[in-house]
Design a protein around this ligand. Structure first.
Ligand SMILES: [Zn+2]
Length: 129
């Protein structure tokens, strides 16, 4: 399953960034041309997260529409379907894909480690005579 390997890739990227902190949300930007089904990705993520020690981490998917740049009319437009890569403005098929191939982890939210409640006064306990 395509999504499963993507999730393992996500875990591999997140791990060194998270270090020992607990990850709460992973924001991923996914282009429409990546053929990723968000529901499947989040489902797979739950499996992978449990295996990889990211229990409780949630995937937040930011979809990016596919877009093409037209060589005929030089307009850049979003396209609805990856199967119709022609210019929606003039109908030309002389287009190049400029968006929709993204697969990026944009940010990671971590639960802040226990606040540094350790009192700094411990080292400076005044001695009373
Ligand atoms: Zn055009």
């Amino acid at each position: 399953m395509h999504e499963l390997s993507l999730c393992h890739a996500i875990a591999g990227v997140v791990r060194p960034h998270a270090a020992d902190r607990e990850v709460s949300v992973i924001h991923v930007r996914i282009g429409a041309l990546r053929q990723v089904i968000p529901e499947t990705l989040t489902f797979c993520w739950d499996l992978v997260a449990a295996q990889e020690g990211f229990d409780g981490a949630r995937l937040e998917i930011d979809p990016v529409p596919a877009s093409v740049s037209c060589a005929s009319c030089s307009v850049t437009s979003d396209i609805e379907s990856r199967y119709s890569t022609s210019c929606p403005v003039c109908g030309s098929s002389e287009v190049s894909v400029v968006g929709g191939e993204e697969f990026l982890i944009t940010s990671i939210d971590v639960r802040s480690a226990s606040p540094s409640a350790a009192s700094s006064s411990a080292a400076t306990t005044p001695e009373r005579a």
